[in-house]
Design a protein around this ligand. Structure first.
Ligand code: SAH
Length: 506
């Protein structure tokens, strides 16, 4: 069967400005081909085993020429794969999406296009500039600023200058001088407002405002680089009132979030909602163990106990069970135990109430509770991680027959990435959050004790007294502690500190 290609608009950059259909195309893809302006965080949504190919273009340094990109997409689709071609903004706004779709048709392949929020509109919005407004602009024009040598006449500057609408030039920074000169020569007033919006909708969004006469000089001073939108028109003034994005309390702040081995990312979201740029420390990743355990699945009837020591154990056990065409009914012969409430909750999701949960959520307590019930003829099935301690299986073996199944492996990251280490060293990270003692211990493990002096320019924020003690035990200084032991209070501590600092500056 032949595959299909989905040309997907990834939106202007902010992670949440992508359509639901676009996200679905990322989650289902066998191959994702993406370029520079698409937010890389979307790739985390790809399924395991998805092939991810970068064909980014940075200015004139094309990583892959267009015809090679086309050929690559066709090759993958012909292998029967779901190919998602992820493009910044909207695929049909100067994204060459139309050309790619035509080429696919020529090759006899089918395609779908998923529109995205174009930077030409969404990017302006996040800079506080509405593209139309009844008082200032009754139309808008989106124009390519990418001029081939001596091809300025391709753009009808005379006509554009006469319009009472907003002009948005994409790919135009390197031709800013020509663009402003041509508009002035065509009769636009020198005082016409101009904004240059770089990395729109991203935490590093940066806006330079001027007018047709002075904007080129300002761009040189501020070293404006692509990707940048050039906005010409009276609507630029509205930015003074409507600039909600850069007004968020943590805009411009970089915050590193340390997590323990299993923690979820609520904190990351809360900080991002306040405008922060968040660097997430890597956590343990989990990989399914493909080893063949088939005999066990055929003789489930012969076991009397099924013992789970983690929610992941439950997840992978039932995944495999279902893959083998079986369901919970094959477990009716067994007493099912869970090490703690989290594991019992995971079982509940599978429609199973745990028969036993020990008083403490640790293997030792599980053993003490379970052994009371065991008879020598009992057969225990113990699904675990490949790196689980031997303790539980060894202890249980004293009382009954035990079969372990190693369903998954936990992979530890090698350390903190070089770019994170460099950001810390250069003092680019404003805050680091610690939400428990274990996040601190895990962070020190990742960072390496010997590198802790790199944290000297960064403010360490702790969620409470016990966490603070752990931080101090490594010789580190706690800058502030949350008033209450909650994520909201932690975020609030940073917001208050950051507001205080900006007041100091005023
Ligand atoms: N299809 C894209 C545009 C591709 S052309 C869209 O609909 O947005 C590439 C140009 O788009 C860049 O040179 C820049 O001018 C503009 N652009 C795209 N994303 C941007 C962003 N986040 N900030 C500023 N300009 C951006």
């Amino acid at each position: 069967m032949e595959g299909k290609v989905y040309l997907v608009g990834a939106g202007p950059g902010d992670y949440k400005l992508m359509t639901l259909r676009g996200l679905e195309c990322i989650q289902k893809a066998d191959v994702i081909v993406y370029d520079r302006l698409a937010n890389e965080d979307y790739l985390k949504e790809a399924k395991a085993g998805c092939e991810i190919i970068y064909v980014g273009k940075a200015g004139s340094h094309h990583t892959l020429p267009q015809d090679e990109i086309n050929a690559l997409i066709v090759e993958k689709a012909k292998e029967g794969k779901w190919v998602t071609r992820l493009k910044g903004g909207d695929p049909y706004v100067f994204g060459r999406g139309g050309e790619e779709a035509e080429y696919l048709l020529e090759q006899g392949l089918s395609f779908e296009t998923v529109p995205g929020i174009t930077s030409a509109i969404g990017g302006l919005c996040y800079a506080g500039i509405p593209i139309t407004h009844r008082d200032y602009a009754s139309s808008f024009h989106v124009i390519t600023g990418h001029l081939r040598d001596g091809a300025e006449e391709e753009i009808p500057f005379e006509a554009l200058a006469k319009l009472r609408g907003t002009l948005v030039f994409l790919m135009g920074v390197s031709n800013l001088k020509t663009i402003t000169e041509k508009l002035l020569a065509a009769g636009k007033k020198e005082t016409t407002p101009v904004a240059l919006v770089s990395w729109a909708t991203r935490p590093r969004q940066c806006v330079v405002v001027g007018n047709l006469k002075d904007i080129y000089e300002k761009a040189l001073e501020e070293e404006v680089k692509p990707p940048t939108l050039i906005v010409v028109g009276e609507v630029v003034h509205l930015r003074e009132k409507l600039n909600f994005f850069e007004e968020r309390p943590l805009f411009g702040k970089t915050i590193m979030v340390t997590r323990s081995r299993e923690q979820s990312s609520h904190l990351v979201m809360k900080l991002q909602d306040q405008g922060a740029s968040v660097l997430e420390c890597p956590t343990i990743t989990i990989q399914k163990n493909e080893e063949d355990t088939s005999p066990i699945w055929e003789e489930l009837d012969s076991y009397t106990y099924l013992v789970f020591t983690s929610p992941n154990g439950v997840k992978y056990f039932f995944e495999t069970l279902h893959q083998r065409g079986k369901d919970a009914r094959s477990l009716s012969n067994m007493q099912i135990w869970a090490v703690g409430q989290g594991t019992a909750d995971a079982l509940k999701m599978q429609g199973i109430r745990a028969d036993g949960i020990p008083p403490k959520a640790i293997a030792e307590s599980l053993y003490e509770s379970l052994k009371e019930h065991l008879k020598p003829e009992d057969r225990i099935l113990l699904p675990q991680s490949q790196i689980a301690r031997d303790y539980l299986s060894e202890a249980l073996k004293k009382h009954a027959h035990v079969t372990e199944i190693k369903l998954y492996t936990t992979l530890k990251p090698e350390g903190l990435s070089e770019s994170y280490q460099a950001a810390l060293e250069k003092g680019e990270v404003d805050y680091i959050t610690f939400t428990s003692s274990s996040t601190c211990q895990y962070f020190v493990e990742l960072m390496g004790q010997e590198n802790l002096d790199k944290l000297k320019d960064t403010k360490l924020i702790s969620i409470g007294p016990i966490t603070s003690k752990t931080i101090q035990s490594y010789g580190l200084k706690v800058y502030k502690e949350a008033a209450e032991h909650t994520l909201n209070a932690l975020v609030d501590t940073i917001v208050q500190d950051s507001l205080l600092k900006s007041k100091d500056k005023e």
